[in-house]
Design a protein around this ligand. Structure first.
Ligand SMILES: Cc1cc2nc3c(=O)[nH]c(=O)nc-3n(C[C@H](O)[C@H](O)[C@H](O)COP(=O)(O)O)c2cc1C
Length: 252
């Protein structure tokens, strides 16, 4: 009896670090997009400026120690735009960029600073926003509505095996990986980096939420094909890599 999964073992073997000589970057292939591409006619909603903002809880040690997963949310509570702004800034906010190197730096680390994620928000209750699927544009610190159909909302929830917190959360974060942003430089090794990068992003969401009296539930149990289909992704070059619900926890 072996105590490893052959499919997982094959993934490890197939993603061993290799020489980068054959990477698309080394071959001189055009750099992939490193900022978010969005429709020219998108109605951008610019998020509140955070320069003078302080989260309601500022004790870093307490934030780290108090963070817990919570799946039961107060459905009377609405997240403010300021809180949403803070959560997006903490998870994917752009702090600098280099057009020459084709990279951004953000509030989370990323292998080679490739930052291969797009952030989608399934919003249920955020003040002044209608419910629906939104897309974050980090370089503008803005979001725009992609789709507010009930079918799409149901399809995303169904893809998570109908996990109830997706419906009761104020907002769900859905992170989509764009593989080539990282594989352009790291080939097959990129696939490991994607999942490691995603962990950093979700941890920052946990901490930012805790600092505003909200709680997160990371969601890794979802049907890939259904989630990708709901968002119109091909499942190869672009796919859902991780989700997380956020809401004000119900007091016990
Ligand atoms: C990668 C990952 C995937 C997870 N997927 C789910 C999930 O699909 N549904 C869920 O209810 N909780 C999920 N969780 C939450 C864990 O169950 C939770 O983190 C764990 O019980 C430890 O609790 P704590 O976060 O409060 O320390 C996930 C957590 C991680 C890190």
């Amino acid at each position: 009896m072996t105590r490893f999964e052959p499919a997982g073992d094959a993934f490890l073997a197939a993603s061993h670090a290799v020489s980068r000589r054959d990477s698309a970057a080394e071959r001189g292939e055009a750099m992939p997009d490193y900022i978010t591409i969005y429709p020219a006619n998108a109605d951008l909603i610019f998020l509140p400026y955070l320069k003078d903002y302080q989260p309601s809880k500022n004790d870093f040690k307490a934030i780290v120690e108090d963070r817990r997963t919570d799946r039961r949310y107060d459905t009377n509570d609405h997240l403010s735009l300021q809180q949403l702004s803070w959560f997006l800034w903490s998870t994917q906010g752009v702090t600098s960029y280099s057009i020459h190197r084709g990279i951004t730096t953000r509030n989370v680390p990323s292998a080679g600073s490739r930052h291969p994620f797009e952030t989608y928000l399934l919003i249920n209750r955020v003040a002044d926003l209608k419910a629906g699927l939104y897309h974050y544009v980090p370089q503008e610190h803005a979001i725009y509505l992609v789709n507010d159909s009930q079918e799409m909302i149901h399809a995303i929830n169904a893809s998570t095996f109908d996990q109830k917190q997706v419906i009761t959360a104020s907002v769900n974060f859905i992170w989509v990986a764009e593989v080539y942003r990282t594989s352009w430089r790291y080939q097959e090794r990129a696939y490991r980096y994607l999942f490691i990068d995603a962990g950093h992003v979700c941890q920052n969401l946990y901490l930012a939420a805790e600092s505003e009296g909200n709680a997160v539930c990371a969601i890794g149990a979802y049907k890939d094909d259904e989630a990708n289909q709901a968002l119109g992704l091909d499942g190869h070059e672009k796919f859902v890599i991780y989700m997380a619900s956020v809401g004000k926890p119900l007091s016990d």
